[in-house]
Design a protein around this ligand. Sequence first.
Ligand code: ZN
Length: 692
Amino acid sequence: MVSKIGASPANYFDIFVEIKPKAMKYTLLVAAFASLLFFSCDETKNETPEKFDYNVTQFEDIKILRYQIPSWDNLTLKEQKLVYYLTQAGLEGRDIIWDQNYRHNLAIRKALEQIYTTYKGDKQSQDWANFETYIKRVWFANGIHHHYSNAKMKPAFSADYLQSLLTDTGATLNSDAFAVLFNDKDAKKVNLTKDVDNVLLSAVNFYGPGVTTADVENFYKAKISPDPKRPLSYGLNSQLVKQDGELLERVYKSGGLYGAAIDKIIGWLEKAKAVAENKAQGEALGLLIEYYKTGDLQTWDDYNVAWTSATDGNIDYINSFIEVYNDPAGYRGSYETVVQIKDFEMSQKMAVLSENAQWFEDNSPLMQEHKKANVVGVTYKVVDVAGEAGDASPSTPIGVNLPNANWIRAAVGSKSVSLGNIIGAYNNAGGSGRLQEFVHDQKEYDLEKQYGQVADKLHTALHEVIGHASGQLNPGVGETKETLKKYASTLEEGRADLVGLYYLYSPKLQELGLVDNWENVGKAAFDGYIRNGLMTQLIRLKLGDDVEEAHMVNRQWVSAWVYEKGLKDNVIEKVTKDGKTYFNINDYEKLHSLFGALLKEAQRIKSEGDYPAVEALVEGYGVKVDQVIHAEVLARNKQFTSAPYSGFVNPVITPTIDPVGAIIGFDILQPESFEAQMLAYAKNYSNLPIQN
Ligand code: ZN
């Protein structure tokens, strides 16, 4: 299960992102400006962190960013080799996602690329500009259908113009592939419209021509897992086609469908296995290789069990046919890879918090009977991405929770990661103009600049590790989904936020060595939370809409509640300057107490299952929006809007090789441009024929 950031004019300013794993349905919070202390690891070595330019290019509705790999220098050479081999394995399968997405994609890409690299004619014309935009859109989407809407993207040039480009460059495109660029066929990659045959009408290449939804249902109804308690993932790694009226699976494996690319993947996985960090990791890689060789679904499950259990080590990866969102019938996995390095700094913070979880519980403002006697911190992992390919690139997830098989999740568990450097790049790409617009004064701006990032990281850590672990239900009270119903999730998220807020303004953090100035970190955290909860998060809503998303709702009810309760002491002051509204915190001590009081109340509601109280809290403070402020915020935000979708180029991990051919080190380089990276990938990893 992945979580992706969808279209959002907010541009990741103070956003919280939801992850909804299939089996557990919980939400993971990614803090405002969640970001990393970027240290040097590439050719921008001597520049200060702020100077790293995250923005690469922008076209149509897409913005391309770049990211760094902050953890790289913490790795040994052997570990760096492992990362390198895993990223290479990932890239070797790039063509697979193109073919999975649509049967003509590889042919179209090849023709477009030949035109793009060899055309000698007029490049000043509007037609050529439109052609360039189109090929970039196709590169971004790994095919001719939009990565998010799934709709076929219409070129802004004519069929005649494309024909002239083909003729001029000697590129070829078969008549079906040519025609489909301009006609109404295969209009949706994934068609989920009600009351139509979704399999038949989806352009995605998981099913051969003429295969219907009923065919798929009947075919898999007949498949019975040997152990019904451990159902195999039938259909995950094959294409289902009709041949002479018979349905048959073309399995993705060595010697099977996509075998040429899979053999290359296997080659790099073998190298990776040879430098595995530990036995468990090596065994898992061995099973993945076996799976790619055989396509056997029992081996796939064995691999997932081994992979889920292999939790030691600094490096982890995702590699295979995994998420099934692109299949209207939900069977077939899209090829993807993400290579991950542990975020050492964040992991260390989490470990310190986790070790002290009992202290935080004992010293919290909760009522005595709501405190846990033995609290265990929640395990939560932040990683740095070192490379992505397939369905995970250029459009990327920001969090991943795997495996997808429910029985493995129940029996063995799952791995949930937050992709820290990707989120950091999103958050830092926007610049600080919007911050300047909404802060009350220079001091607030400076505090945010200096302490905002560490405050946000710590808030995330406290929310996850301490917040969700804290508190207990009264004896006999049911689970919150039964007692608090639709308010359960916003109450829980708000409660975890409040645990974080309460401890963000605390000398304990300094005592634990987590911050160097607890007061300033706390102030920056409070400023940021209130600014966002009462104002800036509204940029994500249309005027007139209520707040609905669970995290946004909780941030508003937390902020609005402390604002109202602090009115008599002027704790948070609503200031109007030059017709603009600001919320300025006058008394951080009192605000800290108010957060504590609300935490105590939120826990009471949860512990007692008090439905009327949660309803009053959420409906009274969290849902309705002050229309005047909202209109003002939207107007002030207009100057900052840009392309709604973002994706990434990958850093290029380049080995240094000694005279006898051994790798002695690596350089991490940033690609010259988006186009250059796409062309380099096409040159180095075109492992499949145009028809498969
Ligand atoms: Zn949470």
